[in-house]
Each structure stands twice: as C-alpha cells, then as structure tokens.
Design a protein around this ligand. Sequence first.
Ligand code: APR
Ligand code: ZN
Length: 366
Amino acid sequence: MKAAVLHNYGQELKIEDVELEEPRKGEVRVKMKAAGICHSDLHVIDAHLPLPVPIVLGHEGSGIVDAVGEGVASVKVGDHVALNWVPSCSKCYYCKIGRPDMCDEASKISLMGTMLDGTTRFSVDGKAIHQFPLTGTFSEYTVVPESAAIPIRKDVPFELAALVGCCVITGVGAVVNTAKVKAGSTVAVIGAGGVGFNAIQGAALCGAKQIIAIDIIPEKLEMTRQFGATHTINASEKNVVSAVLDVTDGLGVDYAFEVIGRPETMAQAYNITRKTGMTVIVGLPAPNENVTINAFSLPSQTKTLTGSWLGQGNPSVDYPKLLDLNAAGKLKLEPLVSKIYSLEQINEGFDDLKAGKNIRGVIRFD
Ligand code: APR
Ligand code: ZN
C-alpha cells in the first residue's frame, strides 16, 4: 500500500510502501478516495505544528469503509465516510456539556501523531510511522477510530466530501457556531484560503450585509466575490486597519475572523473589530507564539476575543448538514476545488499551497 511519508521537517514527502495494521476493537479501515491538502499539514512540514516524524500526514479526507473492527456499530463496510480529526469520547467533561470539539481525549493526543491509545497503525519494516492524529489521509488506506469515520450521503463526489472534514466545518462553523453572526451585520475575514473561503460563505449564509475579504493574492480576492464577499482588501498594498475603517464608517466590523495563524494578523483582526464586537481566531499559530494587543482596550472597548477549533462543530451532525446545504445550493463546495492531484503529485500540491495558487488542492486516489 502506498502512502506519502514525511521523514524530516522541511523535506518533501516520500511516496513509499507502508504497512497498515488491521483495525483493532472500535476502529475501521477506510479505502481513501480523496484528501484535501490543508495548511495544517503544511504547518507540520514547516515544523510550526510539532508532530513527530516519520508521519503520514493528511486529515481532510473521504473514502469507503473497507473493514471494521470488533464492536463497531455506527458504520459498516461499503459506507461512504468523511474523516474527522477531532473524534469525541462522549465521556469527558467537554463531551458531556455538548462541546465535542474540546474533547479531552482528542486533545491529549493532538500533538502525539497517534491513535487514541498512543499507538499508530502505520509501519515500515516493523518501525512505527506516526499519523496525523486519528487520521492520516495521504495514504491509499487508513485505520481510524469509529468516531473519526462519519457516514455521509453517497451522491456527493468524494473530493467535495473530503473538504467538509476540515476547511468547510472549520470555516463555516467559526461563523455559524462560534460567532453566531447575525443577519445584517458586518464581517471581515483575514486570509482567503481553503478555510477563509468557507468563513466567507458562512457569513453569506448568515445574511451578513457586508463581507470584507482580506488577502495578499489579487486573484484569490477576486474569487471571494462569488462566495459572497462584498469588499476586498489587498493587505500587501493597503494598511488593513485603516482600509477596514474606511468601508465601515470608521466603526470597524461587528465580527472579524483570522484564518491564517500568524500573531500579527490575529492582532489585526482584533484591531479591525468595532467596540463590543467579536474577534474569532481560527488560524493555527505555533504553540509558543504570543499575540500583542493593547491592554487598555480590553476594559475600555469590551470586545469579545475568542477562538474556534473545528468550527465548534459536532461532525456526526454537521457533516451531513453541510453536505445537505451544498445539495440545496446554499453552500458552494464544488468551486472550492481548484486542482486535483494524484498521490504522486503531492509535493506539487504543497508547493501550490505555499504559493497560494489554490483555494483547495485535493488528492484523488484512483
Ligand atoms: N495578510 C492577508 N492574507 C495572508 C497573509 C497576510 N499577511 N499571509 C498569508 N495570507 C493568506 C494566503 O495568501 C492564503 O490565501 O492566507 C491564506 C491562507 O490560506 P491557506 O494557505 O489555504 O490555509 P488554510 O488551509 O485555509 O488554513 C488557514 O486555518 O486551520 C487553520 O492550520 C490552518 O492556520 C491555518 C489556517
Ligand atoms: Zn485542515
């Protein structure tokens, strides 16, 4: 079985033969059909997200259940599934209070590169290969916990189904679940990538009257308009804070989303939020980074500053819902896929992601 393995940070992935263990109790094996190339994978390659190597990356994927381990009840062989990198244990405090995105079991292993029990299912010559926590989708097959394989409708192309597992639920969910954007409000999204485009279309879905897309790539800014952006700002040409104030009557926006993962743009998101508005951080910084914001503004401007992880979603409920919204024409998943790659072309996919060429590049396994 072929998989793309990252052996050392900063290097290209190597396509090689990898062994995959049979699914254990409560696990399923998935024959992968499509996998999105997300910036979170690139964060690992760039050593911003400290997962151990060697590792099979990839966490945004879809496929067909091919085998199930003992006791698996929620999926069966032949089901189409989209994978979920934050499976919930349903027993911890956060799962019990209805916040499966904050599941303690999932957070415990979030930087370990393993399954829930701390072991991995991939190996080469008997030596363990890590996997993107609970997933590992850059592989012809993967083994995941039952709660990481969410059954979905069968009429959706696998490329689109893959995307709900990260960029769609993360972007749309940040707007709908975390911020609960109100109709008629003003929104800014900093970072028009796979996740940012979904924050933009989430804001359109909520009925925002003004949606300001901010990026440094003019072609992508132009494309945001078909997802609902009403204004665009090129951050490499303009001062973002004054440009946003200019188009919001000097107020700033009701809701600002940072969807890049850099401390400077996080501060920018806070600074373009109006007094009493809400700033939502979606992008993933390195674990040791800090953001500088003006301390006096905290009491004097009473903004809400929060984060959003997996769009504060509940995948088993939200994936089917997001795919239904796509079928109803209320979300646009198809134009998110800019380019299809084979597994062998994965490094080209990462180069294109770095260069900001795609909304989303997707690997198709044929
Ligand atoms: N100002 C504005 N836009 C910027 C800047 C900047 N200073 N720097 C980069 N960008 C833009 C890029 O041009 C790109 O369009 O941010 C966008 C990031 O998009 P992607 O690389 O496609 O990343 P994506 O997969 O959407 O992930 C975004 O969310 O889930 C997290 O880990 C993920 O931190 C990452 C973030
Ligand atoms: Zn992702």
